[in-house]
Design a protein around this ligand. Structure first.
Ligand code: ADP
Ligand code: MG
Length: 139
């Protein structure tokens, strides 16, 4: 297994509920290292650009509205098999289907407001990290 990086976002619902610390504790507890972090309030164009792959989906407008309603914490995570490991730690997209011990089970409200984002593949992770950490911010 290789050392990989993945992009994590603590979404506005979790920030509003003061779950930043609890979520980072789960991430670090799983052996993933926080290599870079920024707290930002996404503008509409930045959120639309990030989720461009979903622009034809019925929930796109709702998703952009949600992701821009308050600040988020964007992090580059690193570790063994980080992409799959973090997807497993996040749990299913719908928190009602997420298993015990996952971030979405503990902190997600519903399929839209599900506390966290995680990249779905190594190539996606590379692009998503570059989207939020341009240049040499993540050496
Ligand atoms: P994941 O975040 O698990 O990779 P997707 O990439 O399919 O899931 O969807 C991106 C995000 O869009 C989800 O995390 C969630 O916030 C939102 N979303 C997905 N499906 C729905 C839905 N049916 N209704 C509302 N929002 C949704
Ligand atoms: Mg996804």
């Amino acid at each position: 297994m290789a050392i990989e990086r993945t992009l994590s976002i603590i979404k506005p619902d979790a920030v509003e509920k003061h779950r930043i610390g609890a979520i980072i504790a789960l991430i670090e507890g799983a052996g993933l290292e926080v290599k870079a972090a920024r707290m930002i309030h996404l503008s509409r164009p930045v959120a639309e650009g990030f989720y461009a792959v979903h622009k034809e989906r019925g929930f796109f407008g709702e998703l952009v509205q949600f992701m821009t309603r308050g600040p988020v914490v964007v992090m580059a995570l690193e570790g063994e098999n980080a992409v799959a490991k973090y997807r497993e730690l996040m749990g299913a997209t719908d928190p009602a289907k997420a298993v015990d011990g996952t971030i979405r089970k503990a902190h997600g409200a519903n399929i839209g407001e599900n506390a966290v984002h995680g990249s779905d593949a190594a190539e996606t992770a590379k692009n998503e990290i570059a989207y939020f950490f341009p240049g040499h911010e993540v050496p």
